[in-house]
Design a protein around this ligand. Structure first.
Ligand code: IPE
Ligand code: IPE
Ligand code: MG
Ligand code: MG
Ligand code: MG
Length: 294
């Protein structure tokens, strides 16, 4: 990996990790609940959604400190989604971020409730953000609730479960990927631009980039489930095959998936160019999200 990219990732990971650690440890949460929440937060994770949000905010001239509480909120929702995704009733996985999954470490009830607690705490974190106006907070809470809930990630997760063992057309799979993964990734890019002060025209161009990036991210996740390295990924490979999931490699094969992903990467960069951002880090991040090995 390019050294300036790895430095950028490290620096921004540290910012988000410190913010999450402080925010959660300082709240008077029931100790057993806090332990379980912090277990999954501290387990690591690449923090790509917060990093994207910060990069997008900076690209449009905003300050990192204004976007951090929202980036932390998104990472809390993402972490909750992973805790629930790994439950026996869903993907039934034992390893996440290189550690036993939350329900393996504790128990199912604790894992479900730690997920619920991270979900609701995320909205509290936005409401408590110091650098944002009330108007901005209302906008962000509205967008995040749409992206993560019944109109977004949760719906995508149920469609994913309902499509297990079925042959579905590519358009349906794309819809699943868009909802279960794309909506949160898209929120990262769009909310960063919003806080950074993007104008209406820039916002419109960025919508396409954001939607494509979400699909790109999940295509790569599907590819890594087939050809990735479990130690590097920190989660099992082959989980999709065991669960008879509908995936890109399942429908298009690895070659077809790579080809589609590359077409989407080029399209995402073209629409990003139309948004006329001065900062080039977002271009680098598109490539990184697409080519990552974990
Ligand atoms: C995994 O997301 C789940 C998907 C939505 C594909 P990440 O690959 O970002 O997982 P972490 O946060 O680094 O653990
Ligand atoms: C999960 O997709 C997406 C969400 C958690 C919303 P996957 O089930 O493919 O994620 P991994 O592969 O377990 O990380
Ligand atoms: Mg899943
Ligand atoms: Mg899973
Ligand atoms: Mg997966």
């Amino acid at each position: 990996m390019d050294q300036s990219l790895s430095l950028y990732l490290e620096k921004h990971q540290a910012l988000i990790n410190d913010y999450l650690e402080d925010y959660i440890t300082n709240k008077p949460i029931l100790p057993s609940l806090k332990t379980s929440m912090l277990y999954s937060i501290r387990a690591g994770g690449k923090r790509l959604r917060p990093i994207l949000m910060m990069a997008s905010c900076e690209a449009f001239g905003g300050k990192k400190k204004d976007v951090l509480p929202v980036a932390a909120a998104l990472e809390m929702i993402h972490t909750y989604s992973l805790i629930h995704d790994d439950l026996p009733a869903m993907d039934d996985d034992d390893l996440r971020r290189g550690q036993p999954t939350n329900h393996k470490k504790f128990d199912e009830a604790t894992a479900i409730l730690a997920g619920d607690a991270l979900l609701t705490l995320s909205f509290q974190a936005i409401m408590e953000a110091e650098g944002l106006s009330d108007k901005q907070k209302v906008h962000l809470v509205k967008k995040l609730s749409i992206a993560s809930g019944a109109l977004g990630m949760v719906a995508g997760q149920l469609m994913d479960m309902e499509s297990e063992g079925k042959e579905i057309p590519l358009e349906s799979l794309e819809k699943i990927h868009h909802l279960k993964t794309g909506r949160l990734i898209s929120f990262a890019l769009m909310s960063g631009a919003y806080i950074g002060g993007a104008n209406e025209r820039q916002h419109q161009s960025l919508v396409e980039t954001a939607d494509l990036l979400g699909i790109i991210f999940q295509i790569q996740d599907d590819i890594l489930d087939v050809s990735g390295n479990a130690a590097k990924l920190g989660k099992p490979v082959g989980s999709d095959t065991i669960n008879n999931k509908s995936t890109y490699p399942g429908i298009l094969g690895i070659e077809g998936s790579l080809k589609t992903k590359n077409i989407y990467v080029n399209r995402a960069k073209n629409s990003l160019r139309k948004a006329e951002v001065g900062n080039t880090m977002l271009f680098t991040l598109i490539d990184h999200l697409s080519d990552r090995d974990h």
